[in-house]
Design a protein around this ligand. Structure first.
Ligand code: BTN
Length: 243
């Protein structure tokens, strides 16, 4: 495992992507930024992280030989790995908010951005970007639903130790993926989904609010919601938001 520690960089995902274009990278090459100045989030959002207080890193994974039709399992495996590390640290009320935000109660504490390289229907390599809020104590208005491990438990965490634990757990889940135990992954993921089985308010693309109950995910990784009328509807990431 090779770790590249940078004092400052715009985005570890972007840096690792460029690096992978120009060099043949070892599996599990990690780029970690002490200060990430323009972190990227899902759906073109930005990821803010106070310098030196949190984990912002990207991991290069290859050799999974995952078909594109199974790509959701990578996202499930990575979120479950982080979920399990945080569970083992007794962080309360940990859930995974579809598709892969890690929550403690109603606060987001970790975001994941996975960028895959694809050739002939297979994922050849992936860049797994992880932003985990660890020791940051103050969050501004735009991130008011965010929190950190320290804010939740009062404990100051050692960043390097946490990173080691996360990578270790990802390696365990990599084995599950390689042995194609997809049903196990899905069962475990759905079990710990945020708001699963609870009537929840959503907003659809037409900005209509509706109440539904999360009941699982589809073959392609979309969310399945049972509406008040009893129909099960499928939504993609751009088609629905939690209110
Ligand atoms: C999200 O929830 O929107 C995903 C956030 C992912 C943030 C991490 S921080 C390290 C890596 N580098 C980036 O630019 N983004 C990811």
């Amino acid at each position: 495992m090779k770790i590249i520690k940078l004092d400052a960089i715009d985005s570890t995902n972007s840096f690792l992507k460029e690096l992978s274009k120009n060099a043949s990278l070892e599996n599990y090459t990690i780029v970690l930024a002490k200060n990430q100045t323009a972190g990227r989030g899902q759906q073109n959002s930005l990821w803010f992280s106070e310098p030196f207080k949190n984990l912002t890193f990207s991991l290069f994974l290859k050799g999974l030989s995952l078909e594109i039709s199974n790509q959701k399992y990578l996202s499930l495996a990575i979120s479950l790995a982080i979920y399990e590390v945080l569970k083992s640290k007794k962080i309360p009320k940990i859930t995974i908010k579809w598709p892969n935000d890690i929550m403690s109660g109603n606060s987001k504490i970790c975001g994941i951005l996975i960028e895959n390289s694809i050739q002939k229907k297979h994922i050849t390599s992936s860049i797994i970007g992880i932003g985990l809020n660890v020791n940051q104590e103050y969050f501004d208005e735009s991130t008011k639903k965010a929190s950190s491990l320290k804010n939740i438990t009062g404990i100051e965490y050692h960043l390097d130790d946490l990173l080691t634990e996360i990578i270790h757990k990802i390696k365990e889940f990599e084995k599950v993926m390689i042995s194609k135990k997809f049903e196990l992954l899905e069962k475990n993921y759905v079990n710990v989904l945020f708001k699963k089985g609870k009537p929840t308010m959503f907003r659809d693309v037409k900005k209509q609010l509706f109440v539904g109950v999360i009941c699982g995910i589809s073959a392609s990784g979309n969310i399945l919601i049972e509406t008040e009328e009893g129909a099960i509807k499928e939504f993609g990431i751009k088609e629905i938001s939690f209110v």
